[in-house]
Design a protein around this ligand. Structure first.
Ligand SMILES: [Zn+2]
Length: 707
C-alpha cells in the first residue's frame, strides 16, 4: 500500500540504438499547451503513445532554457525573478511527466516501457544540470542569506530555505575538490547499488528450494502445488520448486506440514546472499555502508543516517532510534506470549520440540484459525465496492471535511475501468477531480497507490486532479464487485493520500499537497484507515449487497479481534530490521565492517531485540530497501507515520470523534498545509504536544492486557 513516488531512476539502462524514426514535437502534440478540459484534466482521448517521448525531450529542453535565463538574469536576484521563476519553470515537462509516469505504472505497454528506458537516465542528468548549476545556486544562496530582510512572509521564507537545502543537499556548497569526490562516490554508489540488485536477484532465484518428492509438500493447496510444479518446469527441473520471497519468513511455511522442509526453506532464505559465491552481497554492503559515511562526512554529518534524517521529520537518528527502541520491550513481550501460546499447542500435540523461527508461521496460522477464524466469503457480501466508496470513503470525508462528490462521465479516461468524480468543498464550490482505477489487470503494477495528474497550487492557478489505483479482483460481467477487508482498508488508505492532495491550499508546487518528508507522507493515509472500522462509518457502508442488512456483530467483532493477532511477531521483526538499518547507517567513517553476521548479532543484541524465534524481517545481506531501494536510514519511516496516525486518531477520540469541527481542525492544521513548515511543529500545534507512541502500542495490542 505504499504510495508510489514518481521519481526518475538513474540506472544503467542503455540507450536504444534501433532505427525508430523520431517523432517531432509540434504544437499539435496534446501536451503542447495546458489541457482545455475542466481542471486541465489530461486529454486521454487525444493522447497517443508516440506523443510522450517528443514532449518529454522538448520539455527538458524548454526547462533548461528557462533555468539558463533565470541563472543569467542581469537583474539582482529577487524572490520573484528566481524562486517563483523556478517554480513556474518546466510546465511542459511537468504536464507530460505526470501523465507518462502514471501510465507506466497503471496501464503500460512495450512502447511506454521503451520510452521509460530511454528517458530515465536523461531525466536524471536533467536534474543534475539544474541542481549543480553554480550560477543559479549563487542567486539562491544570496536570497537565502538575506531571507529575513527581504520582507517575505514565513511561507515564502520557508520556500527559499527549501530551495537552498535542495541545492546544498545535492552538493552545491562543496569545494571543487569535494564536488569531484562526491561525483566519484555517487558514481561508485550507483554501481554498487546496481551490483547489489543484480546479486540479490540472482541469489533469490538460486535460493529456491527444489523438491522431488511431493509428499514433502503436504499442506500446500492443489493450486499452490500446481504453481510449484510450474516453477520447476520454468527452471527445466523435475518435481517442484518453492521460489524465495524477498522477506526472511516465507509464506509457504504457514502451510508446509513437513518440519524439515520448513527449516530448509527458512535457511535457504536467510543464507541466500552469503554463500561465498558470485551472488554474495557482503562485500557490496560493507563498502556501501562505508561509502555513505564518507559522503555524509563531505556534507559535514557524522553518519549517513544523520545526513538523511536532517531533512526528515525525525531530524536525528537518535529520535528515530528512540521511537524504535521504545517499542522493543512491549513488542518482545507480546512476541514471547505469542510464542508461549504456540509452544503450548505444540506440546498438546506431543510435538516434542522447541518452536523455531521456521515453525512460527505454521503454528500462528493454527492459532489464528482456532481463535479468530475470519472467513472472507462470509464478510465479502457486506463490502460491495460502490457502497464502500460512496457510503464509506466519501461519507467519512463528508462528515469530517464537508466534501461532496459527483460522478462525471464526460472526462476522458485511459481505460474503461477508470471512474471520475468531481469534488466539492464545504461551501459547495468545486475543488478538483478524483479518479479511481481499482481493478487488477496485466498492464498494471502490483499494490495500490495515489498520485496526481495536476497538482493544486495557487501560483499556477491549478486545481488538484488526483488518482487512486488498486489491484482488486475484477468481478465477472454482471456480478457485483465484492471486496475483502484488506481491499476496504486500502481504499481508505489511498483516499487519505488523495485528501492530502485535494485539500491543499498551498501556493507553491514545491510545498503543495503530498510534497512532504518521507516519514510524514504516510501519516494522512494511515490516519484515514482508522475510519473504516469507526462504528458510525462502518455501519453506514457494511450492508449486505442483496438484502441491505447490516453486518452481524459477531462478524464485526472478528474483524476487530484479528487486528491485533500476531502483532508481537510483526512488530518485532519490523523493528529489528529498522534498527539494523540504523546500525549500518550510523557508522562513522572508518574501516570496512569485517564480519556482517557478527555486526548484525551485536547490533540486535545491543538494542535488546535479538529474539531467536523472531529474526529481522530482512537480514542485512538481502535488505533491498536500504541497499538497493530508496530507504537507506529511512526504513523506520513506516512506523514513524504510524505513531502519528494513531496518536492523531486518539485526539479525535478524545474530542468527540467523527465531527465536522474536528475534521476542519485537522484539515486546517495538517491536510491543507502540505510541506509549508517544520512537520514536528505542525503536528505539535495540532496535538498540543509531541506525538506519543502509546496509542500505537494499544492499537497493535502490545499493551493493555493480553488479547
Ligand atoms: Zn500510502
Amino acid at each position: 500500500m505504499a504510495r508510489l513516488r514518481l521519481v526518475a531512476i538513474a540506472g544503467t539502462a542503455f540507450l536504444c540504438a534501433c532505427g525508430r524514426a523520431p517523432v517531432k514535437f509540434t504544437d499539435q502534440n496534446p501536451f503542447a499547451a495546458a489541457s482545455t478540459l475542466p481542471y486541465q484534466a489530461p486529454p486521454f482521448d487525444r493522447i497517443h503513445d508516440a506523443d510522450y517521448q517528443p514532449a518529454i525531450e522538448e520539455g527538458m529542453r524548454q526547462q533548461i532554457a528557462e533555468v539558463h535565463a533565470i541563472a543569467t538574469d542581469t537583474a539582482a536576484p529577487t524572490f520573484d525573478n528566481t524562486i517563483i521563476a523556478l517554480e513556474k519553470s518546466g510546465a511542459l515537462l511537468r504536464r507530460v511527466a505526470k501523465v507518462f509516469f502514471a501510465l507506466t505504472q497503471s496501464n503500460t505497454d512495450d512502447t511506454l516501457q521503451q520510452v521509460q528506458t530511454d528517458e530515465a537516465p536523461k531525466l536524471a542528468a536533467h536534474n543534475d544540470a539544474i541542481y549543480l548549476n553554480d550560477t543559479l545556486f549563487r542567486r539562491i544562496k544570496s536570497l537565502y542569506d538575506r531571507r529575513a530582510s527581504l520582507g517575505l512572509d514565513s511561507i515564502k521564507q520557508f520556500l527559499v530555505t527549501r530551495y537552498y537545502k535542495d541545492f546544498v543537499r545535492s552538493g552545491a556548497l562543496l569545494s571543487d575538490s569535494d564536488k569531484a569526490k562526491l561525483r566519484e562516490l555517487n558514481k561508485e554508489e550507483a554501481t554498487l547499488t546496481t551490483d547489489f540488485q543484480k546479486r540479490l536477484l540472482a541469489a533469490t532465484k538460486a535460493g529456491a528450494v527444489h523438491v522431488t518428492d511431493s509428499t514433502r509438500l503436504a499442506g500446500l493447496s492443489p493450486a499452490e502445488l500446481a504453481a510449484s510444479h510450474e516453477a520447476a518446469a520454468g527452471r527445466k527441473v523435475a518435481g517442484w520448486v518453492l521460489p524465495l520471497q524477498n522477506t526472511t519468513q516465507q509464506p509457504a511455511q504457514a502451510e508446509l506440514t513437513d518440519r524439515g522442509v520448513r527449516q530448509q526453506l527458512f535457511e535457504a532464505s536467510t543464507t541466500r546472499a552469503e554463500k561465498g559465491d558470485s551472488n554474495d552481497t557482503r562485500q557490496v554492503i560493507t563498502r556501501l555502508a562505508q561509502l555513505r559515511a564518507e559522503k555524509a562526512r563531505l556534507f559535514g554529518f557524522p553518519s549517513w543516517a544523520a545526513y538523511v534524517l536532517d531533512d526528515q521529520m525525525a531530524k536525528t537518528p537518535a529520535h528515530a532510534i528512540k521511537l524504535l527502541t521504545d517499542m522493543v520491550p512491549a513488542s518482545v513481550a507480546k512476541a514471547a506470549s505469542e510464542q508461549a501460546d504456540m509452544q503450548a499447542l505444540i506440546d498438546r500435540q506431543h510435538g516434542g520440540f522447541k518452536l523455531q523461527p521456521w515453525d512460527w508461521q505454521y503454528y500462528a496460522e493454527q492459532v489464528r484459525k482456532a481463535k479468530y477464524d475470519l472467513d472472507e466469503s462470509q464478510i465479502k457480501p457486506y463490502f460491495q465496492l460502490d457502497t464502500v466508496l460512496q457510503d464509506g470513503v466519501f461519507y467519512a470525508a463528508n462528515q469530517l471535511y464537508g466534501l461532496t462528490f459527483k460522478e462525471r462521465h464526460d472526462i476522458p479516461v485511459y481505460h474503461p475501468d477508470v471512474r471520475v468524480f468531481e469534488v466539492f468543498g464545504p461551501d459547495g464550490k468545486a475543488i478538483g477531480l478524483w479518479y479511481c482505477d481499482y481493478f487488477k489487470r496485466d498492464a498494471k503494477s502490483g499494490g495500490a497507490w495515489e498520485d496526481t495528474f495536476v497538482d493544486g497550487t495557487g501560483l499556477l492557478g491549478t486545481h488538484p486532479v488526483v488518482f487512486n489505483v488498486g489491484n482488486f479482483t475484477k468481478p465477472a460481467p454482471g456480478q457485483p464487485a465484492l471486496l475483502t477487508w484488506d481491499n476496504v482498508t486500502t481504499m481508505f488508505h489511498e483516499f487519505g493520500h488523495a485528501l492530502h492532495a485535494l485539500l491543499t491550499t498551498v501556493d507553491y508546487p514545491r510545498l503543495a499537497g503530498t510534497n512532504v518528508p518521507t516519514d510524514f507522507v504516510e501519516f494522512p493515509s494511515q490516519f484515514n484507515e482508522n475510519w473504516a472500522l469507526y462504528p458510525a462509518v462502518f455501519s453506514h457502508f457494511a450492508k449486505h449487497y442483496q438484502t441491505g442488512e447490516p453486518m452481524p456483530q459477531a462478524l464485526v467483532d472478528k474483524i476487530k479481534r484479528t487486528k491485533t493477532f500476531d502483532q508481537g511477531f510483526a512488530t518485532t521483526e519490523y523493528v529489528a530490521a529498522a534498527l539494523l538499518d540504523m546500525a549500518w547507517h550510523t557508522l562513522p567513517t572508518g574501516p570496512l565492517v569485517a564480519n556482517v553476521d557478527s555486526f548484525e548479532t551485536a547490533a540486535l543484541t545491543g538494542f535488546h531485540i535479538a529474539v531467536p524465534a523472531v529474526p529481522p524481517r530482512y537480514r542485512s545481506t538481502y535488505f533491498a530497501h536500504i541497499w538497493g531501494g530508496g530507504y537507506s536510514a529511512n526504513y523506520y519511516a513506516y512506523m514513524w507515520a504510524e505513531v502519528l496516525d494513531h496518536d492523531a486518531f486518539a485526539w479525535f477520540t478524545e474530542h468527540g470523534g467523527l465531527t465536522r469541527a474536528n475534521g476542519k481542525r485537522f484539515s486546517d492544521m495538517i491536510l491543507s498545509r502540505g510541506g509549508t513548515g517544520d512537520m514536528a511543529v505542525m503536528y505539535r500545534a495540532f496535538r498540543g504536544r509531541d506525538p506519543s507512541v502509546q496509542p500505537l502500542l494499544e492499537a497493535r495490542g502490545l499493551v493493555g492486557g493480553r488479547k
